[in-house]
Design a protein around this ligand. Structure first.
Ligand code: ZN
Length: 230
């Protein structure tokens, strides 16, 4: 791997929150090896050792002692392996996700995902084109979320679920911010970037912004999906 890909990239706050909440700041090695289930000061570790790989899959909350041991694993010492740590992490997540939600909570999440399934599918498929053009029907759905989300029937009473949904709504609002009115035109069914009058650099910046918002939404979407299948 080249030095630049190994460079330390900060873990996005959204992802940090996901790890901290899922683990409840419990270290999986403390819980399953030492039977110690108390909250401990810790840090987020990268399972595969690549500090630029900030996928949720690759992250784990470890107490300082276990983090140190895990990071210092060399061929001489038989410290914890990736597989071991990953297994205990998944066991921890499974343990804490049981019966956290009522049947009504789960039903509502299912309904929410179904109701917005087309919008999510569109965002996840079209994210690279999003800044250039967007179907105006989809934009209407996004605008509806931006303007009316706080009074929506699909907004959960469960604070944990509501928080995830609110994050999605905030990122939706972020996406809409991309479409500055003077830079876009309605062309048929599309809201399209005016690339005659505005530079490619502007569009590139907007593409990056769009990607950031959609990435965040995808992370929250996955969390809701995990709740919906319980
Ligand atoms: Zn520990």
């Amino acid at each position: 791997m080249s030095p630049s890909t190994m460079a330390r990239k900060p873990i996005p706050p959204v992802m940090q929150a996901d790890v901290v909440i899922k683990s409840k700041r419990r270290c999986p090695l403390c819980v399953f090896l030492d039977g110690n289930e108390s909250e401990r000061p810790g840090q987020i570790a990268h399972l595969n050792g690549d500090h630029s790989d900030n996928r949720f899959e690759n992250l784990v909350w470890l107490c300082l002692v276990h983090h140190d041991k895990f990071d210092s694993t060399t061929s001489q010492t038989k410290n914890y392996t990736q597989v071991e740590v990953k297994t205990y992490r998944d066991m921890l997540y499974a343990k804490y996700s049981e019966s956290e939600y009522s049947k009504e909570d789960i039903k509502l999440v299912q309904k929410y995902l179904l109701n917005y399934s087309q919008m999510f599918a569109y965002l996840f498929h079209e994210y690279s084109e999003l800044a250039f053009k967007i179907d105006h029907n989809v934009m209407d759905i996004l605008a509806d979320i931006r303007d009316f989300w706080h009074t929506s029937d699909l907004r959960s009473f469960n604070p944990a679920i509501r928080e995830i949904q609110d994050h999605i709504a905030n990122n939706v609002t972020g996406i809409l911010g991309i479409y500055e009115i003077n830079m876009y035109d309605l062309v048929g069914n599309w809201i399209k970037f005016d690339n005659q009058r505005f530079s490619h650099d502007i569009l590139t910046r907007k593409r990056e912004e769009a990607r950031g918002f959609v990435d965040a939404i995808a992370g929250y979407y996955k969390q809701l999906e995990r709740i919906a299948v319980k």
